[in-house]
Design a protein around this ligand. Sequence first.
Ligand SMILES: [Fe+2]
Ligand SMILES: [Fe+2]
Length: 330
Amino acid sequence: LYDNENKEEPMDLTRMLEKCRRDQWHVNDLDWSVKPRPMTEHEERSVVQYFTDMASIELLAGALFEEQAKRTDDLTLRAIFETFVVDEQRHSEAARRLARHYDVHHYQSYRTNPSLVAFKPHFANAIQYLSAEVANYYIVAGELILDVALLRSLNDYVADEMSQAAMNLINRDESRHIAMDFYMAEHYANEARAGRLERGRVPPTVQAKALWAIGNVLYYGRPFFDEVFFGPMRLVDPSGKRLREAYKRIQLLHDHEGIAERPFVRFMTTLRRLYDHPSTRRWLGPVAVRLAGVDTSVMGTVYTRDDLERSRRMSFEELAEDAVGVKYAS
Ligand SMILES: [Fe+2]
Ligand SMILES: [Fe+2]
């Protein structure tokens, strides 16, 4: 996708769609007959539980792309998003199979984390009220945090060839997703600048429903994120390296030219800056953390001045490429 000679050329969506179709694969393409490495009881229980939860998380990602597909009038874009829905469903299936594969001793029966189950309907309800642009910011963050950082760290923790084989194929899909996520961020920013993003007046009843839906997402999002993401990450990413990397990419995107002025991004950046300043952190820190739904370790700015200068010279495609590179870096 990035092998076009002129980096300034916008993404060729027709080529992207071809790539999406060409790179489809099936869970049965993998050889599931290999034996899992020996694991301690604690490892096996953790790994099977995490893959069980991952199967649900992948479907959340699929739901977001389904919504993106519905929102666009561009047939090529819609077709691309539709392949992403299929990708995420396949990742879910792969995670389910991995859970079964590592469930060697059947120490217990495994069920999806209850906070994740509670969060899901509110999330599905809320996404219909988000603008396509804001939904895309949630997709960028969700993919970098869950589809990349969590999955990648989990794979390291499992340290087994079966998981690695699945991950190689999943990562190939994710690099297409992230390229599109960044592309769409730029696309909406351009549309806004050209005055094409203006929305009609929203009736008060719809506004009230939207507020209710988003309030529920914030309320149920916190335990979901703590139990399904930050908790497991403490075990599979003990140094917090991947966690910080993922947030760094999000923050750098939010501070990129053209993006930084967008209202939703400004809101998120304001929360971060409140947290960066010791005086406002004292008073408003807990509110900011609650609204951003973020662990305190990544609530403030995590990039350096050098990171920012480097990223500001990069195009959105290069930013996406860079974020994907992080995923493959060991
Ligand atoms: Fe995925
Ligand atoms: Fe994805």
